[in-house]
Design a protein around this ligand. Structure first.
Ligand SMILES: [Zn+2]
Length: 291
């Protein structure tokens, strides 16, 4: 029986390199969880960090997702086309006195994990400066479907955090929260490397008065050196010719039953019909290594 609550999930890769096995785990888990709830699954390209974009990566990502049988509902959203929406969110926050300009150099902040609020009361102009969101001393808690009950006191961890960099680049946090809200996303399924961003995103969502999302952070695939598979440490790009085998391997990593080897689309359909998120191991990292 499909759930009666509406479900809208998404997969949101950055075009900083090709998709790898870790990306496949996230795509597969978010897709199956959405479809098993008779929900929609959207695709968003997170390309606000322009200096880190790799030419051709965006096309490679779309091609790979197609080759692995994924179909998304609604048109693909590209964050670089939505800068005006992020600026509008900043204006809204400014009207409520929730943000301020920060002139601290990277050097001044070296070695600090918590921003010491140096510029909070300086009333600096917003132009040519980084923009930070004020944090409160109250603890933010949420129940993650896999990682359990998580709490964070942002004033003791990150402190007031950056929403827009001095060079004008919109932060990941701001773009994600604005887009999840505008796209009507209800459920976020993503890698556990983003777990420690969640409290910041919940707080920012509260500041922008948007509905809180349901979160599910799946365990990370690691390489033989014990590093998470990532574009930064040059994880092997997905081999499109091996799509059926890789789908099977990804389902095994997520502790799901095997599916019959067939076209990727048919394999995904069977994976959805057998999907049970409760079977995914409740860990930050998978024990076995990949690649
Ligand atoms: Zn500062």
């Amino acid at each position: 029986m499909p759930d009666l609550i509406p479900y809208k999930g998404r997969f949101a890769p950055s075009p900083t390199g090709p998709l790898h096995f870790g990306s496949l785990l996230t795509a597969l888990a978010s897709f199956c969880e959405a479809k098993a709830h008779a929900g929609q699954w959207l695709l968003r390209i997170e390309d606000t960090d322009i200096p880190r974009i790799q030419p051709g990566a965006e096309t490679a990502i779309l091609t790979a997702l197609g080759a692995f049988g994924f179909e998304w509902d609604e048109e693909v959203v590209f964050q670089r086309q939505r800068l005006a929406l992020y600026e509008a969110a900043l204006e809204q926050l400014q009207q409520h006195d929730l943000i301020y300009a920060c002139q601290c150099s990277r050097k001044q902040l070296t070695g600090l994990t918590t921003y010491p609020q140096t510029c909070r009361t300086l009333n600096l102009p917003f132009e040519q400066h980084a923009i930070r969101l004020k944090t409160l001393t109250q603890t933010i808690c949420f129940d993650d479907l896999i990682q359990g009950h998580c709490c964070e006191n942002l004033s003791q961890t990150t402190g007031d955090f950056v929403l827009k960099r001095r060079d004008g680049i919109i932060s990941y946090q701001l773009a994600v929260v604005v887009d999840d809200a505008l796209q009507g996303i209800t459920h976020v399924v993503r890698g556990a490397d983003l777990l420690d961003n969640t409290s910041r995103q919940i707080w920012l969502g509260q500041c922008l008065n948007v509905p809180q999302l349901h979160y599910c952070h799946i365990p990370l695939a690691m390489n033989e050196q014990g590093q998470k598979l990532s574009k930064q440490n040059l994880a092997k790009p997905l081999d499109l010719k091996q799509a059926p085998q890789l789908i099977q391997q990804a389902l095994q990593a997520l502790n799901q039953p095997d599916v019959e080897v067939d076209s990727p689309k048919k394999m995904l359909a069977q994976a959805v019909s057998q999907w049970d998120i409760g079977k995914v191991v409740k860990k930050i990292q998978l024990v076995e290594s990949f690649e």
